[in-house]
Design a protein around this ligand. Structure first.
Ligand code: ATP
Ligand code: MG
Length: 437
């Protein structure tokens, strides 16, 4: 086979045989979001480039190196979203939903695009689940989003994740910290990578986040932010920690966590695993009290997180957490001959209308091949309809697990008869699972 082209490097196809894993994880995310009072927001895949320059920050790796930016036929610069927060904040402001009263709680499940070197846990198209809260200055809000993220890991049964917590201060205390960092890194200026040298003046904190081995080695001995944060920031941080202590969520204060996006203030956090290689951060987030103002809105303390779904699935796999395959077929109806096939088609449709899963032949297989196929897809019951069955107006339903057979009418009584069997059949399987059969 010679295909005209392949999928783009750094992207992945989620195939029908695997998509149930995604759906399972997404269902848990949606369910937990609902428990915490969040409603879904969906925003466009592309935005005006300046949105990300301003919010993510033009000294970040994301903006400097990773964005998919292009000029449209109309001459506008647009960018595929590299993360979910900026678009959500933009939409919230544009539609004035803050008039509905604070807090606003939104979640998203979305694809993101970053031009990065593809490797395990790092793709060019990836997916995030994220939560956003607007208009919530209290440390209870920080703790609430951390609890929400944590609850998803709990529901999935993920083990050995460490929650790393830090405070990176606010616009009051940040300048003092920047000055200390500038002084420290200036002494190492010649050793820094080109990007970091240019960051020295404008945003030395970004150097702490640089992935180059030399810069990160130098960064290890840099002054830490917690020595510089103001009393209010300290109090806020203590508040967050008290909430987490109350609900017994364990964390480690890690002063080297600064996060890769510029909009963060005060609380930042990451959930990190050692089980999935170098890209171990499964979830990252924190507070961004200045973001809404940066985008032209009023001062609106906000916060949230982004969780990488690919990394989460890698983690489930590495920890041997199995996701049950959804049922494929409750009843397979084999039809032999044109008239019987039509009858089978009608019954299959009737079962589906009753919200069970039914299948019939759409390939043109013979009777044996149809039975084999019913077996292969794990049909719970099967039924054959041929001329004899049509004449007698009766057919035999077979329980594919126990082999038990039962006669059913092919008129309107069919559905009641089948549902009775279906319920018993489910019990049979249940008994079998318990070893009582
Ligand atoms: P990293 O340090 O791994 O580059 P980041 O700080 O750039 O991560 P965020 O912008 O905070 O990541 O994104 C939130 C989450 O999205 C990450 O914790 C990770 O799980 C996931 N993520 C980020 N970039 C990628 C990517 N290129 N491929 C897959 N998942 C990603
Ligand atoms: Mg990154």
């Amino acid at each position: 086979m010679k295909l005209i082209t392949n999928g783009i490097k750094g992207t992945e196809d989620i195939l029908p045989r695997d998509s149930y894993k995604w759906q399972f994880v997404e269902d848990i995310m949606r369910g937990q979001a609902q428990s915490y009072g969040f409603k879904e927001i969906r925003t466009p895949v592309f935005e005006h480039t300046e949105l990300f320059n301003r919010s993510v920050g033009d000294t970040t790796d994301v903006v400097q190196k990773e964005m998919y930016t292009f000029t449209t036929k109309g001459g506008e610069s647009v960018t595929l979203r590299p993360e979910g927060t900026a678009g959500a904040a933009r939409a919230m402001l544009e539609h004035g939903i803050y008039n509905e009263g604070y807090p606003i709680k939104a979640y998203y499940l979305t694809s993101c695009y970053r031009y990065e070197k593809p490797q395990k846990g790092r793709q060019r198209e990836f997916h995030q689940f994220g939560m956003e809260v607007y208009g919530a200055p209290s440390p209870y809000a920080d703790a609430e989003v951390i609890c929400a993220a944590n609850s998803i890991f709990d529901r999935l049964g993920v083990q050995n994740l460490s929650l790393e917590l830090n405070s990176i201060g606010c616009s009051e205390c940040r300048p003092k910290y920047h000055a200390a960092l500038k002084e420290y890194f200036s002494a190492h200026e010649s050793e820094l990578c080109d990007t970091c040298r240019s960051r020295l003046e404008r945003n030395p904190m970004r150097i702490l986040d640089c992935k180059s081995p030399v810069c990160s080695e130098i960064a290890k001995k840099a002054p830490t932010v917690l020595e510089y944060i103001c009393d209010e920031c300290k109090e806020h941080f203590e508040g967050v920690k008290s909430c987490l202590d109350t609900v017994d969520i364990k964390y480690t204060v890690n002063p080297s966590i600064v996060r890769g996006l510029d909009y963060y203030t005060r609380t930042v956090f990451e959930f990190v695993s050692n089980d999935i290689g170098a890209q171990g951060t499964v979830c990252g987030g924190g507070r961004y009290d200045g973001l809404i103002e940066e985008l032209g809105g009023q001062h609106t303390p906000s916060l949230g997180f982004g969780m990488g779904i690919e990394r989460l699935l890698l983690l489930l796999e590495s920890q041997g957490i199995e996701i049950e395959q959804p049922p494929v077929c409750d009843l397979y109806v084999v039809g032999i001959g044109e008239k019987a096939k039509l009858k089978a088609f009608g019954i299959v449709e009737g079962i589906r209308n009753a919200s069970l899963i039914a299948e019939g032949d759409i390939v043109g297989r013979g009777i044996k091949a149809q039975m084999k196929y019913a077996d292969k897809i794990g049909a719970k019951f099967s039924m054959v309809i041929g001329d004899d069955e049509l004449t007698a107006n009766k057919a035999t339903v077979k329980n594919m697990v126990t082999g038990a057979k039962r006669e059913v009418p092919l008129d309107d009584g069919f559905y009641d008869a089948f549902f009775a069997l279906y319920v018993n059949g489910a019990n049979d399987t249940f008994m079998e699972k318990l070893g009582l059969n």
